[in-house]
Design a binder for this molecule. Sequence first.
Ligand SMILES: [Zn+2]
Length: 360
Amino acid sequence: MTAQRFRGPVLPDGEPRDLYVVDGRVTYEPRAGAETAAEGWIVPGLVDAHNHLGLEDGGGVDDDEVERQALADRDSGALLLRDCGSPVDTRWVQEREDLPRLIRAGRHVARTRRYIRDYAHEVEPDDLAATVAEQARAGDGWVKLVGDWISRDAGDLTPSFPAEAFAAAIAAAHEHGAKVTAHCFGSDVLDGLLDAGIDCIEHGTGLREHHLERMVANGVALVPTVQQTDKFPEFADAGRDRFPAYAATMDDLHRRRRDTLMAAHEAGVELYVGSDGGGTGRHGYLAEEIAAMVGLGLPAEHVVAAASWRGREWLGWNGELGEGDPADFVVLDADPRQDLSTLARPACVVLRGAVVATRV
Ligand SMILES: [Zn+2]
């Protein structure tokens, strides 16, 4: 097989190199006769840490639509997707060489009638642990809980389950070798989940100082999905007439959103980058999520690292493009840490050693 050469500074260290791709893997040993496929800044494959292949506003979608979603993510440079819940079986994506690598979480697990219709397995507290165990067996090492949602009885955002039900569910997932993450908008759900040893928090707009300290101490990650939390005023407005307390809660969380995120960063919480594509966002919008996080005040170099090498390491993949590592990377015109706009139009996307997208 002929080798391809990619030339330019390789992140994270930014050392200019000739990177060769042979049989899907990276090598720095010069290959005679290799053609230069692209030149530019070479960045380890981007990571969308909160994605939903197979999900759209109305629930599950067919395989053709899943393929379109995955291709949109791939062409944006997102080559490793951490699924955060999908009602359809997307295992087949993992058999496709041309589609991003996918870490599945099975289907979301929510309280009965307390989540977006047709998204989740909806259960009562007594059935939570068994359902989570089932999802842990069916997924790729992660389970997704809906930690809080509006309670129509309370008229406000409240935890989906009692703390002891969450604790039993998290223990069940851990017994099956799966980590647990949870959708959390508000504050009230967080202590119970942290007590129970949750591994990651999605959205996390309700995080307070004492939660942040516990997250750092226990290595609990946060995926803030800021394009999603941008929409809180819409959620508040939609509920304002019937559920004024809920609307006030969502407005308050939105108002504090920037301070909450910056406090998490300053406390040293591990942050990752999730577009929430398929949840209430479209696919292929990782660059926009990176820009939105930086727009709220996070340092660009930190967010780019989280969306690439740090995110990959967190999920058990090669962070750096070392000798013999899988050749998953994007080639950009500029250093994305200096110029985020370059992420919007990758010159070239390489997945499993194949050039799968080039800028036209
Ligand atoms: Zn989501």
